[in-house]
Design a protein around this ligand. Structure first.
Ligand code: AMP
Length: 288
């Protein structure tokens, strides 16, 4: 595995692979890798000749009072895991390499960045879209892999790619969970054992809503209210939102039809956790 820290190094590795006729798969991450990230790498490995993963804790996507300083980091462990999963290039740039001077140019996917997580993190998706645009220009992948766990992020990136004509296929990969349903997240390390137990309420709320949908409920507000009640009743958990939206437009749905995302977020101890469930509904039919 090539370990690149500069833009020049990663471009050279990609150009060499292109000369060999290989397709390029790219997995952007903030590191502290877990099986969710590695599922993206495995998927990219199956579908591409060269796999590039980036590890970069992007300051631009953190708000002033968020966890940028204490975000977990372990680059040596990440490198080892990526090697085991047959990644070809690890791109781990410094903040100075990515942002040699303050950014004058940003990418703002205006409306899609505002609802859901955008309400408590108003500059977050601008930071995400900007760094992903930079990384796409640096790596030049054919396909880029994102976790469905961050459903709003996938919607924002897909729209950016469409609006700005990036020649990249966005592949979303199903959420990897612990046996009790908790979605894997680098931020789960913030949880005490007690908080860890309460954190499963996000998954339990989503599963409750899924059950109601399978029983025939199609009212978005009814399902959102029910999920909010379940999360609100959990000790040690402060709900941020519980919503039922269209998977691509993120607009709240009165009536469930088409691509539907049930999305939840809550503060548990020091962590802010998110989760979602995506379904396609055609009348009585529910596709998972
Ligand atoms: P992060 O390092 O948290 O920025 O995540 C990097 C990528 O991994 C993003 O595309 C995430 O959506 C994805 N990811 C994070 N957790 C999971 C998970 N539990 N299952 C699948 N993908 C995930």
């Amino acid at each position: 595995m090539i370990r690149a820290t500069t833009i020049r190094e990663v471009r050279e590795a990609v150009q060499q692979a292109r000369r060999e006729g290989k397709s390029i798969g790219f997995v952007p991450t903030m590191g502290y890798l877990h099986d969710g990230h590695l599922r993206l790498v495995d998927t990219a490995r199956r579908e591409n000749g060269l796999v590039v993963a980036s590890v970069f804790v992007n300051p631009l996507q953190f708000g002033p009072n968020e966890d940028l300083q204490r975000y977990p980091r372990d680059l040596e462990r990440d490198a080892h895991l990526l090697m085991q999963h047959r990644c070809d290039v690890l791109f781990a740039p410094s903040v100075e390499e990515m942002y040699p001077r303050p950014m004058e140019t940003v990418v703002d996917v205006a409306r899609l960045g505002q609802p859901l997580c955008g309400r408590s993190r108003p500059t977050h998706f601008r930071g995400v879209a900007t760094v992903v645009a930079k990384l796409f220009h640096i790596v030049g992948p054919d396909r880029a892999y994102f976790g469905r766990k961050d459903g709003q992020q996938v919607a924002v990136i897909r729209r950016m790619v469409e609006d700005l004509n990036f020649p990249v296929e966005i592949v979303d990969v199903p959420t990897v969970r612990e046996p009790d349903g908790l979605a894997l997240s680098s931020r789960n390390v913030y949880l005490t054992p007690e908080e860890r137990a309460h954190a499963t309420v996000l998954y339990r709320a989503l599963q409750w809503a899924r059950g109601r949908i399978l029983e025939g409920v199609r009212s978005g507000p009814e399902l959102a209210r029910g999920m909010a009640e379940i999360i609100g009743a959990e000790p040690g958990v402060r709900m941020d939102y519980a919503e039922v939206v269209h998977t691509d437009t993120l607009e709240p749905l009165e009536h469930l039809e088409g691509r539907v995302m049930l999305a939840v977020a809550a503060y548990v101890g020091k962590a802010r956790l998110i989760d979602n469930l995506q379904l396609t509904i055609r009348g009585d039919e529910v596709l998972e």
